[in-house]
Design a binder for this molecule. Structure first.
Ligand code: PAD
Ligand code: ZN
Ligand code: ZN
Length: 375
């Protein structure tokens, strides 16, 4: 039977912290109960993968197959898989939706508890991995592991999408696009006529801009220390851009002056505590909301005068743009097919999987927004 077969295929493995990717032949075991084996066709490079390599995500274990922004086709399914079959187009979900836990049942959250427990160990729920290489067990990453020709994920971590969806830039719905877009629409709930500031204009920050624009924001201020990002930010809806290096006063002061008291919504899409504080200090004292999207280094702390909140500011965070993943991803794919937004605007490079190190160099040197690896 085909579905009992171990597949030998190519994958990009990180053997230890800070090591480059090695293209290896790996064995991918067949899916067990409630699991799905997926042929990955395209996968994007996100800064969170780079954080994982650098040890900035404390739950990641090495050796590991990273990647969490993919799209592909189901190859086979394990026992008890109900709603997904071979041949289906799917997006793996780094935040699953089990549908049963306290968070899945609560409309306020998308943080499925089943996913949180598994993420910490990098293994499937039976405590084993489906990947081996050179006789060694390779860890999974965020329920997804997409830098490989084949991966295995649990049914609750997989969304079936429209059969007409492209097996190319649709992968951005698996993380970057949805995270930014949802941070504006779901987490901040940007309202028409409002003023927004976005710190960090990478794939995430630019997708926040797309969300702010569709929500009807009147002013969208992009902030980045790399002015090469300003053209695309403006193309996507930024009304003005600020390079902190051009001023001899702190950015919050510049924004407070330019907006007559601060923005309605500030977004941190860098992952530094300094920009988190700058975002908070750029928000209006009475009703400003700050959304933390960037991932900071483990054990970093932030301190500020609590009086800054007393007057009415809100600070919050969100993962995957607050979307309940399994319900929302198919809808986001349909919206993309209906041209409600253009994913291609975020794509600057395409490379084959075996050039993955080149793709990460482009990210680290600030030359790319999203690189899509064609697997
Ligand atoms: P990216 O590296 O493509 O973009 C980051 C941008 O920030 C770049 O354009 C930098 O030039 C800019 N930048 C750096 N320092 C500063 C500074 N001091 N002031 C202003 N701008 C600066 O990354 P990305 O867009 O892929 O990801 C951004 C962050 O979001 C990163 O921390 C990533 O881990 C996190 C993320 N969070 C989620 C989530 O669900 N919360 C999902 C995906 C990514
Ligand atoms: Zn990501
Ligand atoms: Zn759940």
């Amino acid at each position: 039977k085909k579905k009992d077969k171990v597949i030998k295929c190519k994958a990009a493995v990180i053997w230890e912290k800070s090591a480059p990717f090695s293209i290896e032949e790996v064995e991918v075991a067949p899916p067990k109960a409630n699991e799905v084996r997926i042929k990955i066709v395209a996968t994007g490079i996100c800064r969170s993968d780079d954080h994982a390599i650098e040890g900035k995500l404390s739950t990641v274990k090495f050796p590991v197959i990273l990647g969490h922004e993919g799209v592909g086709i189901v190859e086979s399914t394990g026992e008890s898989v109900k709603h997904i079959k071979p041949g289906d187009r799917v997006i793996p979900l780094f935040v699953p939706q089990c549908g049963q836990c306290i968070c899945c049942k609560d409309p306020r959250s998308n943080m499925c508890i089943a996913g949180k427990m598994k993420k910490a160990v990098g293994l499937m729920s039976d405590g084993t991995s489906r990947f081996t290489c050179k006789g060694k067990q390779i860890y999974h990453f965020m329920n997804t592991s997409t830098f490989t020709e084949y991966t295995v994920a649990e049914e609750m971590s997989v969304a079936k999408i429209d059969s007409g969806a492209s097996l190319d830039n649709t992968c951005l719905i698996g993380c970057g696009f949805s995270t930014g877009y949802g941070s504006a629409l779901n987490s901040a709930k940007v309202h028409p006529g409002s003023t927004c500031a976005i710190f960090g204009l990478g794939g995430i920050g630019l997708a926040v801009i797309m969300g702010c624009k569709i929500a009807g924001a009147a002013r969208i201020i992009g902030v980045d220390i790399n002015p090469d990002k300003f053209n695309i930010a403006k193309e996507l809806g930024a009304t003005e851009c600020i390079n902190p290096k051009d001023y001899d006063k702190p950015v919050p002061q510049v924004i407070l002056e330019q907006t007559g008291g601060g923005v309605d919504y500030a977004f941190e899409c860098v992952g530094h505590i300094e920009t988190m504080l700058a975002a908070l200090n750029s928000s209006h004292f009475a009703y400003g909301t700050t959304v933390i999207v960037g991932v900071s280094a483990p054990e970093s702390t932030i301190s500020f005068d609590p009086m800054i909140l007393l007057t009415g500011r809100t600070i919050k965070g969100s993962v995957f743009g607050g979307w309940k993943s399994k319900n929302s991803v198919p809808q986001l794919v349909s919206d993309s097919l209906a041209k409600k937004f253009d994913l291609e605007k975020l794509v600057t490079h395409r490379l084959p999987l075996n050039k993955i190190n080149e793709g990460f160099d482009l990210l680290r040197s600030g030359k790319s927004i999203r690189t899509i690896l064609l697997v």
